[in-house]
Design a protein around this ligand. Sequence first.
Ligand SMILES: Cc1cc2nc3c(=O)[nH]c(=O)nc-3n(C[C@H](O)[C@H](O)[C@H](O)COP(=O)(O)O)c2cc1C
Length: 408
Amino acid sequence: MKRLTIFRGPLVITLACFTVLCMGQRRSRVTRGKIIQLTEPRLTGSVSFEEALARRRSVRQFVSQPLSSSQISQLAWAGQGITEPQRGLRTAPSAGALYPIELYFATPEGVSVYQPQGHNLRQISDQDVRGALAAASTQGSVAGCDIIVAGSVRKLTTRFRKDARKYMLLEAGHVAQNIQLQAVCLGLGSVTVGGFDISGVRKICRLPRELEPIYIICVGYPLAQATTEADQGQESTGAKRAVLIVASENFRDEELFETKRVLDVTAVQTTIASTRIGFIRGMLGNIAEARILVSQLRVDDYDAIIFIGGPGAVEYFNNPVALNIAREAVSKRKILAAICIAPTVLANAGVLTGVRATSFLSEREKLVQAGAVYTGVPVERDRFIITGYGPTASAQFGRAVADALAGR
Ligand SMILES: Cc1cc2nc3c(=O)[nH]c(=O)nc-3n(C[C@H](O)[C@H](O)[C@H](O)COP(=O)(O)O)c2cc1C
């Protein structure tokens, strides 16, 4: 605010109003027009189209972790990327190929507009406006990135006359759907927000007069919902139940969130257990909520017991309660699973003797010493025991557990 004192008269008032409208953001030094080249979009992925459709759900609570530049690149491409350079045709259809939609990205680094021709972002400001956008809309917590889908009805009016506005809105829907499905494939959550103060958002993002903000798509890492129907005391639907045993800090984020997501999609009820109840943080900064204590976990309540890896999982290596849970699970023919370094818990519990198993390479000797047949494949299943190599195998690991629970 100190910098404003150098101005005089009406200018002071104008600037003060603008500052208020922008919810106290500091004034931008910008960097206007700075071009941020995006990485080449990936054209292959590990999540099928059907899985993406099945998994998409509106997410309204996010952890504060920003998105990576490759995630931003992929989201921008999914929304408006050029897929046929000769004619400039894009990922989303457009009436008359006139492309009235513009995508603005609000990240911790500022606001930028996507330029499909160069697959780059042109910086508009260096202010973090995500808090201001949340305040101007009905969105929940601040996400890693807000994508403002804005449209120019003027671009369509000459050709489509009275249909122009309808086409612009339809096109925004196509773009938003592409972005939401791409977010799922990136392991991110999103929500399309239509309820916001149009003029507030226009000012916050400094949209040109002819652009109308249509949607804010909040995209980020979901704050894990640890509660399930079972936790909430609702009537059980007869669905299978799995408990994910997670370190109280430094669990490996993808191993928890990907495994849980795959199980949730297949209607398995999941619960997170740890050595303390409440919010726990993964090694990449994502937050989950543990609802039960490992010391109070009853093996009989679950069909699958899953140990999640990450450096923090060492706390279970010689934890007598955890070792007994593994032994009891085997004796009761429950599905027993562990990923990354967590298979060592199973090894130390003495349940891997003669069992084909895999783990993070660092644990190989411990598994072999415990009598396991170490295979080193991404995911190994030997009857009721499923083991996974590490973060990259998380989805496959989750699917193996889901298959085993389904009796496949
Ligand atoms: C046009 C439109 C506007 C929406 N606006 C909001 C909104 O302002 N705030 C919000 O939290 N969700 C909003 N949503 C998300 C819907 O609430 C959500 O899609 C719906 O509850 C169905 O849940 P699902 O997306 O998980 O399938 C909007 C969705 C659409 C299609």
